[in-house]
Write a protein that binds this ligand. Structure first.
Ligand code: FES
Length: 125
């Protein structure tokens, strides 16, 4: 059902767990399955210096969010906002159709975390 790359990210998730010095957090739920995704960002001067995720989701949610964290690390917040679930699926080499909805969690949680960052920035200035 899952390709090798997806399995690798599921068994060896990169950037899993809470980020101690995060300055932005995003949390979203998946309406279809009820699963939850959290993304932690450490942003300095609009650059994503570090990123991690935590999920109460399935294997596809773990794999997609893990690779998504790698894809946005070192990027600007505006570049990270452009990341779509389609980019993530492509990077993973595909997902079974029934699991496409899981990949939306990563994209949405990243967007929520960046919004959280921008709100705080707005308050600070
Ligand atoms: Fe819920 Fe995959 S089934 S995130």
């Amino acid at each position: 059902m899952y390709n090798e790359k997806v399995m690798d990210y599921f068994y060896n998730p990169r950037n899993a767990g809470e980020l101690e010095d995060a300055n932005a957090v995003g949390e979203v739920g998946n309406a279809q399955c009820g699963d939850i995704m959290q993304v932690f960002l450490k942003i300095e001067d609009d650059i994503i210096e570090d990123v991690s995720f935590r999920t109460f989701g399935c294997g596809a949610a773990i794999a997609t969010s893990s690779i998504a964290t790698e894809m946005i690390k070192g990027k600007t917040v505006d570049e990270a906002l452009e990341l779509s679930n389609k980019d993530v699926i492509e990077e993973l080499g595909g997902l079974p159709p029934a699991k496409i909805h899981c990949s939306v969690l990563a994209e949405e949680a990243i967007k929520a975390a960046i919004e959280n960052y921008k709100e705080d920035e707005g308050k600070a200035h």
